[in-house]
Ligand binder design. Structure first.
Ligand code: FAD
Ligand code: NAP
Length: 344
């Protein structure tokens, strides 16, 4: 990218409200779109030369803007979906980081490949998917991710990190632990035509009662997931939100057993590190479901989702989150962890 190209690519004082699904008011001092790897490198270098902090933004569906950002916000806009040749019933799908995740799920399912159909209707970009190892309905990205291409912002080199080096765990990854170090430019997913559908979650099992004799296609599963989500989760275009605001906590067996004696209705599932508790249930027990105060609130069908009712700012949302965390800590002895990334 030449100097004049760069000058026109970087814009000043940009309103970020339309670029985050919580619709929080915030401005970026500088903003650019990266439509190529060269542009991405040039923009990072420009920020470095001007002593500015740099943040990458995808669809803005998993962030909370605490206030204005004094550095450069780079919108990841690399586009492209490619099938790589593969033997037998498998295929490798390459997704450029700026591709819309949900459209990519439908693209794969329509081609008859399974692996990501349970992750339908998750907003945002492909490039952000590894950041929190997106998951839903018993499937997570790590199940199918072969590797990612990243730009190392320290060296400005492009690298490939295989799944192991991404250090995935439940809604976690290396990219969360080392924020800003690696910008994801491409994903490679290993998909297949013959994987049995994952239908463990109640709503999905109910949608396909005869799945043993008549297994649904990947597209049918994706459509069932879309229907379940549409019935329960608020559409950010109508009620601005960032999805689940808290991660489901995993507690040790003895903690779980103590809680279960006190609360026989406790919703919990076995996890490799103990028992995973449904954070939405904990929040509901403390009476927060449907709560509204001023411009912020808790969704009335899913207590994990915090809502901006109009003109809330980041501090309003984080203030409500802190009150919920304090209640859950006092009642259940659990500190809920905020899931979205906080930009400040
Ligand atoms: P952004 O919000 O733009 O960014 C999130 C973080 O990733 C930021 O720290 C950003 O800097 C970083 N980032 C973005 N792109 C890159 C990149 N290319 N390289 C490096 N870092 C990057 N999540 C789930 O796991 N499961 C769900 O079922 C789910 N459902 C949701 C439903 C709703 C209604 C909403 C609003 C959110 C939901 N989410 C869910 C959360 C969110 O959609 C995902 O985390 C998604 O992957 C975020 O993508 P994004 O492009 O919007 O990321
Ligand atoms: P749900 O089906 O009502 O389930 C409530 C909670 O119980 C979920 O958090 C889920 O954990 C857990 N759960 C349910 N059945 C399970 C099973 N068979 N095995 C293990 N855990 C089980 O949840 P929902 O609110 O309608 O959401 C449906 C799916 O979409 C969930 O997977 C959820 O994570 C995902 N989702 C995520 C976000 C986000 O922003 N992160 C937003 C909306 C929906 P898990 O969350 O670990 O799956």
């Amino acid at each position: 990218m030449t100097a004049p190209d760069l000058a026109s690519a970087v814009r000043e004082n940009i309103d970020l409200a339309p670029l985050n699904t919580l619709r929080l008011a915030a401005r970026a001092r500088y903003y650019s779109e990266a439509t190529s790897r060269e542009a991405l490198k040039a923009q990072i270098l420009w920020a470095r030369e001007n002593d500015l902090e740099c943040r990458v933004l995808g669809g803005g569906s998993n962030i909370v803007f605490r206030g204005d950002f004094p550095g450069l916000v780079i919108h990841m806009a690399l586009r492209g979906r490619f099938w790589a040749p593969c033997a037998g019933d498998s295929a490798v799908l390459k997704l450029e980081a700026g591709e819309n995740w949900h459209e990519s799920v439908l693209y794969s399912a329509r081609a008859g490949f399974s692996g990501i159909e349970n992750l339908a209707l998750i907003p945002g970009t492909a490039g952000a998917a590894p950041v929190q190892n997106i998951g839903a309905y018993g499937v997570e990205l790590a199940d199918v991710l072969l590797d990612v291409e990243v730009l190392d912002t320290q060296t400005l080199q492009l690298l490939r990190l295989d799944r192991k080096r991404c250090e995935f765990s439940y809604r976690e990854s290396r990219f969360k632990k080392e924020p800003g170090r690696y910008l994801i430019t491409q994903l490679r997913l290993k998909l297949t035509r013959n994987r049995p559908p994952v239908l463990d979650y109640q709503g999905l099992a109910e949608a396909f009662p005869h799945s043993h004799s008549n297994p649904p296609t990947p597209l049918q599963v994706a459509e069932a997931v879309m229907a379940l989500r549409a019935a329960k989760l608020p559409d950010p275009a109508i009620l601005p939100n960032a999805g689940s605001f808290f991660k489901n906590p995993v507690v040790a067996q003895d903690h779980f057993q103590r809680l279960q004696r006190l609360y026989p209705g406790l919703i919990a599932y076995p996890d490799a590190n103990g028992m995973k508790l449904a954070a939405g249930w904990l929040i509901d027990q403390c009476g927060w479901k449907g709560f509204r105060e001023g411009q912020v609130g808790v969704h009335n069908r899913q207590a994990l989702v915090l809502i901006n009712h109009g003109t809330a700012i980041g501090e309003d949302v984080l203030g409500l989150a802190a009150r919920i965390q304090a209640d859950i800590l006092e009642r259940f002895g659990i500190m809920l962890e905020i899931e979205p990334r906080i930009f400040s």
